[in-house]
Design a binder for this molecule. Structure first.
Ligand code: FAD
Length: 583
């Protein structure tokens, strides 16, 4: 056990390292960033600081069965941007989206050359499931990526949780963190730092959190808790579009993805009366091709209107199709196959019930995250961001996050060609962070357990900030109440008690989630309109307000500690109607 009483802080073993580029988070985007940096200059020292183990960490840990965005022959990057813009209700950073789209196919083809099986048609072309997504056998995609990362000579430090940046007065100069297994305190100085720690799950109460033996059933990676955002928020980085939350239709009681069924086998969503919901009620918004936020809110509206439960209708599927679908799930979410078996559910007779997920803040699906420039640098000099933690571009998914990893590495390499070594004496910062990090271990044993704090936060967010139990609905007064409670909870953090290193990690997860929750509520309050019903349903402002056609951005004022909000104008580059995918 680590003894972190203030008088014993000096006894905590410190590991001090120096590197050229530090990457926080060795998931999908982080590994691609590392590989790209080494490709540009193999002499560079590139280090990944990873909370789990890169072999099976992040969103790819359980595998995937599709790459959701890949540009087919005959289509252009502009076509993809148009589609993505319409899916996101007309709000996306077109400058960044175009750069990503231009690079999008390259990392996927590289992955294939490293051994990722991509499904093919008889003529050898990739097998498309829908307009933009290709089918893969992705159960091993993360180990393949991890192996390539090591092969490139990247230094990987597994099981170290990043908790704060090093700051030399002018720029980010690396990061600090603690070892979840060894209890050591890590200080990594870097000429450039890339944040790639994923999005934020577990801010809201999942409806599956009902005493299951697993902590709770999230759709998102449960270890991506918003730390990537929180570090930037605490340092005053500009953030964008947190209010565009990601919520999606998922298999009921299990929170499993349903694209595998709905896209591949054209299974319509039906209500309890057997009506095809999208075709019959959402024709004006595009029917089955309606934007994703409509598809997320539609089933919940059915339940509210008394026409639930809602299903995806699998009853037309043949035994061969059902077998193939289960094989796809074994590549991505194997436990769903067990779930069907455990419930002895024959889906050719009984359709699969679906429900909305809890909301997530995830910049790979929606546009929440760091505000970045076209070199993928955040507003904090020396800090770059990629993947789910980077904002402005929704619908990046696997391929877009890889491409962003590469683009952020290019930006970072260019930056360090001009930057000097991180200078200054960091000892005061290190001491302060050490005592902050280990404080829950020496707190009063009668203090608050991290899990209790987490459950309280999730309930507040669910009830007052538009969670799934509230059918994603919110109004100003409830948001005010959420904000008051979240601020109160932040004040109570000093009572957090962790009995071991694992609980210490949970303690920091809730600390970080609370910082994200506060900023999120401010974003939800600022957008006094309903631009994405389901993702952001303001009961008191049910219409779109043209005056809010832009990016809602925020920054913590480091002097007052208050979150400052403002609107940045929309810049259209790609011609066409912003709400319609075609010209
Ligand atoms: C269940 C699920 C299914 C999906 N299905 C598809 C699909 O079929 N097709 C598709 O195209 N996209 C899919 N996506 C989306 C896609 O996988 C993600 O958008 C993308 O992989 C995110 O990459 P990332 O690098 O930003 O995050 P991740 O790959 O999650 O990487 C984040 C990394 O940061 C680490 N980390 C977190 N906190 C810290 C910390 N404090 N210190 C150090 N390290 C930290 C994590 O352990 C993790 O390794 C899916 C996502 C999920 C969750």
């Amino acid at each position: 056990m680590v003894d972190s009483a203030p008088e014993n802080l000096h006894k905590i073993e410190e590991v001090v390292l120096e590197t050229d580029i530090l990457i926080i988070g060795g998931g999908n985007a982080g590994c691609f960033a590392a590989i790209e940096a080494k490709k540009i200059n193999s002499d560079l020292k590139v280090t990944i600081m990873e909370k789990a183990h890169i072999d099976r960490s992040g969103c790819l840990a359980g595998g995937m069965d599709a790459i959701n965005t890949y540009i087919p022959e005959g289509k252009t990057p502009e076509d993809l941007v148009r589609w993505s813009r319409a899916q996101a209700g007309g709000i996306l950073r077109e400058d960044l989206a175009l750069r990503i789209a231009e690079l999008l196919n390259t990392p996927i083809e590289e992955w294939e050359s490293w051994g990722l099986p991509i499904k093919k048609n008889e003529d050898g072309s990739y097998k498309f499931r829908g307009q933009w997504d290709i089918a893969i056998q992705g159960s091993e995609m993360k180990p393949i990526l991890a192996e390539k990362t090591r092969e490139m000579g990247v230094e990987v430090i597994n099981r170290v949780v990043a908790t704060n940046f090093l700051y030399d007065g002018e720029r980010i100069a690396g990061a600090m963190g603690f070892g979840v297994r060894d209890g050591k305190f890590y200080v990594i100085k870097a000429k450039a730092t890339i944040m790639a720690a994923g999005g934020a799950g577990g801010i809201y109460k999942p409806y599956t959190n009902d005493g299951n033996d697993c902590h709770h059933q999230l759709w998102y990676c449960p270890f991506d808790v918003g730390t990537g955002y929180a570090l930037g928020i605490r340092r005053g980085a500009e953030m964008t579009t947190f209010e565009m939350r990601w919520a999606a239709v998922r298999t009921k009681d299990f929170n499993g993805p349903i694209d595998t069924i709905s896209i591949c086998y054209k299974t319509p969503m039906i209500n309890a009366k057997g009506e095809k919901i999208l075709a019959e009620r959402y024709q004006e918004q595009g029917g089955d091709k309606a934007p994703r936020y409509i598809r997320a809110s539609a089933p919940m509206e059915e339940v509210l209107a008394g026409r639930g439960p809602v299903y995806v209708d699998t009853r037309h599927m043949t035994p061969a199709q059902i077998k193939e679908m289960k094989t796809d799930y074994l590549n991505e979410r194997p436990s769903f196959v067990l779930f069907l078996a455990a419930n002895a559910q024959d889906i050719s007779q009984e359709p699969i019930e679906v429900y909305g997920s809890d909301p997530y803040i995830v910049g790979g699906h929606t546009a929440s995250g760091y505000w970045i420039d076209t070199d993928w640098q955040t507003t904090l000099p020396g800090l770059f961001a990629c993947g789910d933690v980077a904002g402005g571009v929704p619908n990046k998914f696997v391929g877009g996050c890889c491409a962003e990893g590469m683009l952020s590495a290019r930006g970072a390499v260019q930056y360090i060609s001009k930057a000097v070594e991180p200078a200054g004496d960091f000892s005061a910062q290190i001491d302060m962070e050490k005592s902050r990090v280990f404080a829950p271990l020496v707190a009063d044993e009668d203090g608050i357990a991290p899990r209790l704090m987490e459950e309280k936060m999730q309930r507040i967010m669910d009830e007052y900030a538009g969670g799934v139990q509230q059918f994603y609905r919110m109004n100003e007064e409830r948001l005010d109440k959420a904000l008051r409670h979240i601020k109160m909870m932040k004040d109570q953090l000093r009572y957090l008690y962790a009995k071991d290193l694992h609980e210490l990690m949970l303690a920091h997860e809730v600390i970080d989630r609370l910082d994200v929750a506060e900023v999120l509520i401010q974003h939800l309050k600022f957008r006094r309109e309903t631009r994405w019903p389901g993702w952001q349903t303001r009961m008191d402002y049910p219409e779109v307000d043209p005056a809010l056609d832009g990016f809602v951005n925020s920054r913590v004022n480091l002097e007052t500690g208050e979150v400052e909000m403002y609107l940045k104008p929309y810049v259209q580059i790609v011609a066409g109607h912003r709400m319609k995918p075609t010209l």
